[in-house]
Design a protein. Sequence first.
Length: 388
Amino acid sequence: MTMNVLKTGCKGANVAALKLGLIRAGLYNEPADGVFDAETKAAVIDFQKRNGLCPNGEAGAVTFELLKPYIMGCRQDAGKNIVPTDMDYSYCLLKMILAGLKKRYPFLEVSSIGKSVMGRNIYCVGIGGGNNEVFYNAAHHANEWITAPLLLKFIEDYANAYAAGESISDIPAKTLFEKTGLFVAPLVNPDGVDLVTGAVDNGVFFARAKGFAANYPLIPFPGGWKANIDGVDLNLAYPAGWEEAKKLKYEQGFISPGPRDFVGCRPLSAPESKAVYDFTLKHDFKLVLAYHTQGREIYWKYKDCEPAHSRDIAGKMSAASGYTLEIAPEYSANAGYRDWFIKKYGRPGFTVEAGYGVSPLPVRMFDEIYEENIGILVEGLLFSMHNS
């Protein structure tokens, strides 16, 4: 795990990851927030003493390496969850959580489908041995990062139910596993998420992003940042009405890299969108879900293109979640992943706007959001299983 040395006064999601490790090591009893305070320093010193390190109270590479098994959840009882749902996320945290899940559930397949602008892996988790493939993705938009733990928790709950021979949302996990193949990309935009959660708070990329944001002073920085670290909106980068999206966004003033709504110089110019595009082309997905926030809404068609069964599936998802069914408004009706998938394949594709409020949604809302969405996530698998 490579990151800057963390010490008193540091802030951000990587501090939260540090605190998670200290909590799981039994040395810290406060919430895993992103503030390195005096209590954090004391816990780090305690951990360093117990592990034969120089007790300077600063968390560098060696301290983090020794904390890694705790952050991964490897030192926890099997009955305790690996996926944290009450803290800000970062790319480094995601890597460790995925490693922990893989260690506990060896049948999970963890791979990279491509690289971000900053060279981070865009990870994908596969679960299930069936031929009926489904794809869920999250965090195309940086300040919608709460959708990443949403999908990670579903993977953990599903894997645990399968391993224990139990059900998930009243459906036998073994049946889903044998009939379907679920692929999940929980963090499509790792660089942008790190910018929003404070894991990227200095250096060339941060300075450049801050410069882009200065051209759009009405958008809060970094909380209002949706784009990748190059200032391209990843969900306006797919080849489905891209020219229409460009025209509309230029009319709205989004003519250069910035926090949101800049479509880039051409479709798929952003490596993150290109990775998701290429991954989709390599598979035979029966259905896709793209997770965003917010609005408690489900978008289920692309313009006049309404794939077979889409309306019926959307109705079931709505009934399971309480979310309303909506037609995408004109300002966001083109160049999204769902748009392209429906246009390309004529198969069911959905955008779920999870939760309600101002993005980034606070983690205190997570439990409610998860309970609303677990039925949607299972419904996607059920459709695939019954429509081979």
